[in-house]
Design a binder for this molecule. Structure first.
Ligand code: G6P
Length: 607
């Protein structure tokens, strides 16, 4: 939610801020703004709309000229998207950008009003913080920030400039992510590494309550008590190209194409002599044998990866797995036993509800395992064990490659656990692992179905609503297919267990309504085909995704997508590809903004 950036150095600050913000627009894109020291004075430019609207505005009205400043791209929480509610926000001598939420802003506002501070222009919680900073500012920025940190509650990261401290940027983090980049004679702040990768790969991870001071091109840090802190400089393991479209029209299609490589990079270091080996992540066979129950908790797409994980772990390792939506789990007083494992799956590693679940687990004796893509993110750092997925930066809001690598990790975990528990033989485990190693090749072939999917998507664009159906793993998978489509095409869709349709939902079927049936599980094929015929008989237009050899009666199908056949249990990794492509091309054909769908943001750091 929201992206913040800051810069101090010799370059044109406005240009750097805008360039960095383009890499953070996935975090929010309903308004944008910057504040730059120009001849010792803070100049602000901001507007409702996309970053491109800000650029247009600055072309017309002139951009702030200077070498130090802060910037913001917004996903509205308090107050509608408008020029006034756009960041930066200012008090008399302080200007800030903010990512996150200030929970007690109403109390603070009341306190400020009671103390004669009444000049609030916006509806935002951010402006209240700017005013509070101003209220306490006595010429010592660090003391003032520390004082305010003790009074505000919530999850936030702030970039701050003080009018009487020109060419200096302050930053602080509580919960919401913030990194501090160090280049040659220049320094940056950003909500995420891709924002600054064009300028430097070296960065510091700001910890909870730490304050960074960017001045004269270098950085210093202190903690909540004002003590200086030495921090470890990290180096990003990806380059600028990973955060660029590289010739593709959208990040989403680029990321779909990156999936074979992402899977290879994720699984290869975790396979030793043909067997899964998660020991580099602190996971041993003894640990895997020790769990009674598993909870998989996540949000959105990551939760859907967990659904596939449940089917696979239960089937192979014979351990009971419950999958929960994080925002539900955290409030449902779950029964977590001391020998249970809670797996938290998160691309960003910063999702507020998933983080809250981790905090909840820490109050129990259960173990937590994070499956996370972003290195050094909060969830990754705080869990007992972590398996990093190696998808590289995922920029499109609709997740594709991150889901794919989450699936690949679910398989590794299921295979190793099943073997550790003696539920499958070494031969079976080797065989499954070998099949998993082959998936990148099969995913590649599935991507070749792009033009077929592009054509079929033209049949979907006029639909008001559609259904995804499947059984078993196909049902788990169709949940993600359905989410992908609705996220970016804005067509209502639902996923349904094929066998459950006749208990109510089949009444929705009308002439020409598209039904996408996933039928990759041979053991359930006949039954799924019967369900497909049931909807077809009621007028549905059926699109069936099945393997290249599956026997499907012609009269059940309007459009057939045949995907390469691999071991049944691994079919979700292949079948997800045409679903991604159908969603992508439906969105493209509708003329939607594929990478930045309306109302959404990629990193959801608010409840
Ligand atoms: C947002 C994104 C989804 C993502 C979900 C969970 O809703 O739009 O694509 O699946 O958050 O994010 P996480 O980073 O925890 O995987």
């Amino acid at each position: 939610m929201c992206g913040i950036v800051g810069y101090v150095g010799p370059r044109d600050c406005s240009d750097v801020l805008v360039s960095a913000l383009t890499k953070l627009e996935y975090r929010g894109y309903d308004s944008a703004g910057i504040a730059v020291f120009e001849n010792g004075k803070i100049e602000v430019a901001k507007t409702k709309g996309r970053l491109s609207d800000l650029v247009d505005k600055m072309k017309k009205e002139g951009k702030p000229q200077g070498h130090a400043g802060i910037g913001h791209t917004r996903w509205a929480t308090h107050g509608e998207p408008s020029d006034i509610n756009s960041h930066p926000h200012s008090g008399r001598r302080v200007t800030i950008v903010h990512n996150g939420i200030i929970e007690n802003y109403k109390d603070i506002k009341k306190f400020l009003i009671e103390n004669d501070r009444t000049e609030f222009l916006s509806d935002t919680d951010t402006e209240v913080v700017a005013q509070l900073l101003d209220f306490y500012y006595d010429g010592n920025p660090i003391r003032c920030i520390r004082k305010v940190l003790h009074e505000i509650r919530g999850s936030f990261a702030l970039g701050i400039v003080f009018a009487d401290r020109p060419e200096t940027v302050y930053a602080v983090r509580c919960e919401s992510p913030l990194i501090v980049g160090q280049g040659k004679g220049e320094a940056f702040i950003a909500s995420d590494v891709p924002a600054i990768i064009k300028y430097t790969k070296d960065y510091y991870l700001l910890e909870y309550g730490e304050i960074a001071v960017l001045k004269n091109g270098s950085v210093s840090f202190c903690d909540l008590h004002g003590r200086m802190v030495e921090k470890e400089l990290k180096t990003a393991d990806f380059d600028e190209d990973s955060a660029e479209k590289g010739g593709y029209e959208h990040f989403m299609i680029k990321e779909i194409h990156e999936q074979p490589t992402a899977v290879k990079t994720t699984i290869t270091p975790r396979i030793e002599n043909g067997m899964p080996d998660l020991s580099e992540c602190g996971i041993t066979p003894e640990i895997l044998r020790s769990f009674n129950n598993i909870f998989i908790v996540a949000c959105g797409t990551a939760m859907h990866a967990g659904m596939v994980g449940k089917y696979v772990i239960e089937k192979l390792a014979r351990v009971s797995v419950t999958v929960d939506i994080a925002s539900e789990f955290r409030y449902r007083d779950p029964l977590i036993g001391e020998n249970d494992l809670v797996i938290i799956i998160s691309q960003s590693g910063e999702t507020a509800d998933s983080k809250a679940v981790l905090n909840l687990v820490k109050q129990t004796k259960a173990k937590s395992l994070a499956i996370v893509n972003v290195k050094g993110s909060s969830i990754a750092r705080e869990a007992d064990m972590v398996i990093y997925t190696h998808a590289g930066p995922e920029i499109a809001v609709a997740s594709t490659k991150a889901y794919m690598v989450q699936l690949s990790v679910m398989y590794l975990l299921a295979f190793e656990m099943a073997y550790a528990k003696g539920k499958i033989t070494e031969f079976e485990c080797r065989n499954l692992t070998e099949q998993l190693v082959k998936t990148p090749e099969y995913i590649e072939k599935a991507i070749e179905l792009e033009y077929n999917c592009q054509y079929i998507s033209t049949k979907l664009i006029t639909a008001d609503s559609l259904l995804y159906i499947g059984r078993g793993l196909d049902y788990a998978l169709s949940m993600e297919g359905s989410l992908k489509l609705k996220e970016i095409s804005y067509i209502h869709s639902e996923s349904y267990a094929a066998g459950e349709l006749k208990h109510g939902t089949i009444s929705l079927i009308t002439e020409g309504m598209p039904v996408i049936a996933v039928a990759t599980q041979n053991s359930l094929l006949e039954k799924t085909v019967s369900n497909i015929k049931e909807v077809k008989a009621r007028g549905a237009m059926t699109i069936v995704i099945c393997d290249e050899f599956a026997e499907i009666d012609d009269d059940a199908v309007d459009f057939l997508i045949r995907i390469p056949k691999i071991s049944e249990v691994l079919m979700p990794m292949i079948a997800t590809v045409p679903m991604q492509l159908l969603a992508y091309y439906t969105s493209v054909n509708k003329g939607n903004d594929v990478d930045k769908p309306r109302n959404l943001a990629k990193s959801v750091t608010v409840e």
